[in-house]
Design a protein around this ligand. Structure first.
Ligand code: CA
Length: 234
């Protein structure tokens, strides 16, 4: 496996943390560990993991606070791990954006099955449109295999970065992707000039799409939030 999934485990109990780390590594995942909420948050931002396994009862904060912080900007899947059997905690965590919930004590197989299922659901969501190989909206057609975009039958010349942005937005068509989410996925890192860089690329894309200001034929600018690509169904 050359491209391992990166999983961040936020858990204060050493035994459980080590147990999870071991079973995940044994099964081919790359694992990062944090023993409290604040270092979990820092590691999340600096490593951009593919999945977070999060204990709700942390020494410095409630795990739900961490879910909220992550969900402000990212859609990274989160599996909650907790000794709590209280239904309201579970609902609260899921309402705040957690994807799944495992109650301690849990078995290795059950835990691994949840991890696989969660990663699979994200992959399906991201791969949904590539399976069809193309994506169409209005008079635009994106060919994911050829990495080309046709507008009214004419090929639009985009730079690699511009194409990557359009591909990312079209895969998530109908959903708003925040500036940070786009920046992290396109450039892998963010700095003070990132939003400006994204806006410049976006202005060029819209120009190449012959999209007039205020027109949302293909890409909608959600002011102060991010961008969304028009869904073919709407
Ligand atoms: Ca705990």
């Amino acid at each position: 496996m050359s491209n391992k999934y990166k999983i961040l485990v936020v858990e204060d109990e050493t035994n459980i943390r080590n147990f999870i780390k071991t079973i995940l590594e044994t099964n081919g995942y790359q694992v990062l560990c944090a023993n409290n909420g604040s270092s979990g948050k820092t590691m999340f931002l600096s490593h951009c993991p593919n999945l977070v396994v999060l204990d709700l009862g942390l020494p410095d904060m409630d795990g739900v606070e961490l879910i909220k912080a992550v969900r402000e900007e990212f859609s990274t899947p989160i599996i909650i791990l907790s000794a709590r059997t209280n239904e309201s905690d579970k609902v609260k965590a899921l309402d705040c954006g957690a994807n799944d919930y495992v109650t301690k004590p849990f078995g290795t197989n059950e835990f691994l099955a949840r991890v696989r299922a969660t990663l699979r659901s994200i992959r399906q969501e991201e791969g949904e449109r590539q399976i069809g190989k193309t994506f169409s909206v209005n008079d635009m057609m994106i060919d994911y295999e050829r990495r080309s975009i046709l507008l009214a039958g004419e090929e639009i010349k985009l730079t690699q970065t511009e194409y990557n942005i359009v591909e990312l937005l079209s895969i998530h068509a109908g959903r708003v992707l925040t500036y940070s989410e786009i920046i992290k996925k396109i450039w892998g890192y963010a700095d003070s000039g990132s939003i400006k860089k994204l806006q410049v690329n976006m202005a060029n894309i819209r120009k190449k799409f012959h999209e007039k200001p205020g027109e949302n034929k293909y890409i909608k600018n959600e002011l102060g939030v991010g961008y969304s690509f028009k869904d073919e169904d709407r």
